[in-house]
Design a protein around this ligand. Structure first.
Ligand code: IMP
Length: 229
């Protein structure tokens, strides 16, 4: 099945596509996304922002629309940057738009300069909002959450991924998200965990074992269940 994703963040879209493919879900960007003015993310929580985006973009989609809001919560900073993760550095300067990953990471490291290893606990949180648009309009929006616990390093490590990946060490790993690489990150990430809930809701079975040399997934039989939350 196909889900239209409302994100212009290439790192997130890449992860959604890979994680979706592992669950038999084809993730495509909302058609014409680049030409649609982005909504203001005025919510105080990931849930509010995810719903706001899904309902906004549902005006431009026929079928399933998926929006997400995600970010990093650092315990020593009282849960910051949280919903401000994308423009954490810009909160100080008032610069418009999102901040660069390097600026955000530098600010985080500076704020945590005196925080010792055991207290550098943090988590990534992702909330997905899914809305189905049919001829009779948009249905109720359903939410799915995924969390990945970890701790923050003393310096960036690794070059893969995006955002705070070089600073984030998932619990039990000596490698940062940026050192793990996409496939390993997708097994444990907040986004992949939220997508697993979505897959369960849509009743999309995991892909069957595919013998080498036979590309393409078999299509699932029957329609998607039309449940709403
Ligand atoms: P938004 O959900 O687009 O508002 O922004 C989320 C921000 O959180 C991103 O721009 C990143 O800075 C950060 N973030 C979310 N997920 C990840 C991740 O998987 N790795 C690194 N940073 C992330």
């Amino acid at each position: 099945m196909r889900v239209y994703c409302a994100t212009s963040n290439p790192g997130k879209l890449r992860e959604f596509r890979l994680a979706g493919a592992a669950h038999g879900i084809e993730v495509e960007p909302v058609p014409g996304l680049a030409d649609i003015p982005a909504p203001h993310e005025t919510g105080n929580t990931f849930e509010e922002n995810a719903v706001l985006k899904a309902e906004y973009y549902s005006r431009f989609v026929d079928g399933w629309v998926l929006a997400d809001d995600s970010g990093l919560e650092v315990d020593a900073l009282g849960g910051a940057p949280g919903v401000h993760s994308a423009r954490f550095a810009a909160l100080d300067t008032g610069a418009p738009g999102n901040s660069g990953d390097a600026e955000n990471n530098a600010k985080l490291l500076a704020l945590l300069a005196d925080v010792p290893g055991p207290r550098r606990t943090a988590r990534f949180r992702c909330v997905l909002a899914l809305t189905e648009v049919t001829a009779s309009g948009a249905g109720a929006t359903k939410l799915f959450e995924g969390v990945c616990e970890g701790r923050l390093g003393l310096a960036p490590q690794g070059r893969a991924g995006f955002g705070y990946d070089p600073l984030f060490f998932p619990t039990g790993s000596e490698r940062s998200f940026a050192q793990l690489g996409q496939a390993e990150k997708n097994e444990i990430s907040h986004r992949a965990r939220a997508l697993a809930g979505l897959r369960h809701f849509l009743q999309v079975p995991p892909p069957p074992h595919r013998p080498p040399g036979r590309p393409g997934w078999p299509r699932r039989k029957g329609g998607v269940s039309r449940r709403t939350a």
